[in-house]
Design a protein around this ligand. Sequence first.
Ligand code: GDP
Ligand code: ZN
Length: 356
Amino acid sequence: MDLEKYGWNDFFAEGFAPYAAEGYGVGRVLLQHNKIYVLYTEGGETEAEVTGRLRHEAAGPHELPAVGDWVATRARGTDGTLMIHAVLPRSSKFSRKMPWSWADEQVVAANVDTVFLVAGLDGDYNPRRIERYLIMAWESGARPVVVLNKSDLDPEGAAERVAEVEGVAPGVAVVLLSAKHDEQLAQLAPFVGPGLTVALMGSSGVGKSTIVNRLAGADMQRTAEVRLGDSRGRHTTTHRQLILLPGGGLVIDTPGMRELQLLVSERGMRETFEEIETFAAQCRFTDCRHENEPGCVVREALATGALDPERYRNYGKMQREMEETAARQDQRLAQERKERTKRLTRAFNKTQKRKG
Ligand code: GDP
Ligand code: ZN
């Protein structure tokens, strides 16, 4: 009975209250493999499935359970299989758009407290990329912490890089370390305490796996394997995607988390480029394009150096990307709507013919 160890707290208890009153049980999703889920429950680890009703009534895949979710469960009467009846309200979520449908959102990790935005101090280091990851982090609801890894590769330049990152990430903790040195990983301890869930984001090769392996310990990785049986009696072996660390704390490490596309949002954009928005809000015209309008505070800030031109360029680029993504989504939605109408018309004509 260690739900707290797995992150249970007052927030989730509140979401669960109406289900508790109806006699439901509760569990946290450790792993999802096709239609099979592995949950941590008061009775230990159990396989579970989603009820047909939840699947049917979900407005989209984002309303189905994801790794890290707390869910309301009940044993099925016929064979005792644990069934997931509902997903409890999330404290945070990371999601991506489904590649085949821009309209659908898929959650790749839920209820993450802290997200480590990992960057490597090697040739690939790029503060603009950190800004992009920050946008996603703010959007998720999790608290971002920038981890500058591979400090051993650039011992002289490291301090300057920390200052640079602090500049683009105001108010965000920046941790400088080398994941190859265990004693330096202790700096992450305040963010990986008991009951806290962390996830990692960052480009390939920055050292995310190294950090997870070090936090989890080699033995841990092996015991993280589980054997799953599906309804047809087939078995597969796979890894837990939410891991309880030996020192307390939990790590979510899913393939989906690694493939996260940049889902830029207005909110995340505003928080990341807060000072630009503040300048823009003071322009004389509310629809100022900051080109050559009189009373433009953004141009003035650029001229006096109060605003970093490179940050401003990046801001413009992100805004264009956002607009393009939105236009693409609109196009896709219009196309889907057209196809749906065509299908419905065809089905309708068929039944009319049959009647006639
Ligand atoms: P991931 O793709 O983000 O999961 O990155 P990996 O953890 O697989 O690391 C990529 C490479 O960087 C591996 O060869 C690691 O050994 C190496 N690496 C990780 N951390 C450090 C570090 O602190 N210093 C150095 N020099 N190399 C590191
Ligand atoms: Zn302006």
